[in-house]
Design a protein around this ligand. Structure first.
Ligand code: 0O2
Length: 220
C-alpha cells in the first residue's frame, strides 16, 4: 500500500465547490449535488460518533451517548433562513453563510457528558471546530439550552477532499425534550405564542436546567 495516499488528492473548501466543478452551474441538478456532499459529510461524522458511542458502551460500560439524530435542512427552510438573514439566494451565499445545512444532534443523559463529547469531537483526526456556542452555560433568552459546534468534515471524493461544514448540537435528553416541544410550539410556527405561554416555556427550561444539574451532582 502507498504511504501518503491522501496527498494525491487536492483539498477543496465547500465554498469553492462550485468552481471546482466548473460546469456545475450549467447543469440542472446543482442543488442535488450540493446536498449530496452535505449528506456525505453527515455520514462521515455520524460514523465517527457512532464509533465513540460504541467504544464507551463496550469498553467502559458507560452510555456516554444515548443516541444520534441527523438531518439535512429542507430547501424551504434554507430559503427562509437566507431571506430572514438578508442573503442573496445563490448557492455560493448558501454554502458560505448557512452553517446548519447538515446537522448532527447528539443526545446524552448527563449535563457534564456534553462537554466530554465536545472534547472527544475536537480530538477526532481531520475534524476541525470552526465555531462554537455554549447555550448550556449561557441559555438563550427563549430558555433554549444546547452546545453547538460548527465543524469542518473532510469528504474524500475520487479527485478531491472537500471540507464541509456540519452543525453539531449536543444536549441532554431533558434539553432535547424541551427544545423539541418548544420548536413545535413556537420556533417554526407562523403563529405567535402568547406571552403567558412564552413565560411558562422559559420557566420549564429553568426547571429542566435545574433537574439536569441535580441529576449530574447525584451521579457524581
Ligand atoms: P431548524 O429547523 O432546527 O433547522 P449561525 O448562523 O451559525 O451563527 P444560527 O444558525 O442562525 O447561527 O443560530 P443558532 O443559534 O446557532 O441556532 C441554530 C439552530 O439551533 C436552530 O436552527 C435550531 O435548531 C436551534 N435553536 C436555536 N435557538 C433555538 C430556540 O430558541 N429554540 C429551539 N427549539 N431551537 C433553537 P434553525 O435553522 O433555526 O431551525
Amino acid at each position: 500500500m502507498k504511504k501518503d495516499k491522501g496527498k494525491e488528492l487536492g483539498i477543496v473548501e465547500m465554498k469553492n465547490f462550485l468552481s471546482y466543478d466548473e460546469k456545475i452551474e450549467e447543469r440542472t441538478n446543482t442543488f442535488e449535488k450540493i446536498m449530496t456532499i452535505y449528506e456525505m459529510a453527515i455520514k462521515e461524522l455520524e460514523t465517527k460518533i457512532n464509533i465513540l458511542q460504541k467504544e464507551f458502551k463496550v469498553f467502559y460500560n458507560y452510555d456516554l451517548i444515548d443516541h444520534v439524530n441527523t438531518r439535512i435542512k429542507q430547501p424551504d427552510s434554507i430559503v427562509n433562513k437566507m431571506t430572514k438573514k438578508g442573503y442573496e439566494l445563490t448557492y455560493k451565499e448558501m454554502i458560505e453563510n448557512i452553517n446548519d445545512i447538515a446537522g448532527v444532534r447528539i443526545i446524552c443523559q448527563l449535563k457534564d457528558d456534553i462537554f466530554k463529547i465536545r472534547n472527544l469531537i475536537e480530538k477526532i483526526p481531520g475534524i476541525y471546530i470552526e465555531k462554537e456556542k455554549d447555550y448550556v452555560n449561557h441559555p438563550k433568552e427563549s430558555g433554549y439550552s444546547s452546545y453547538h459546534l460548527i465543524v469542518k468534515v473532510p469528504v474524500t471524493l475520487s479527485k478531491q477532499i472537500i471540507y464541509v461544514k456540519v452543525e453539531v448540537q449536543i444536549r441532554t435528553m431533558a434539553m432535547d425534550f424541551w427544545a423539541s416541544l418548544e420548536h413545535k410550539m413556537k420556533y417554526k410556527s407562523d403563529k405567535e405564542v402568547n406571552k403567558k405561554d412564552s413565560k411558562e416555556l422559559i420557566n420549564y427550561a429553568k426547571i429542566v436546567n435545574k433537574m439536569d444539574s441535580k441529576i449530574m451532582l447525584m451521579n457524581n
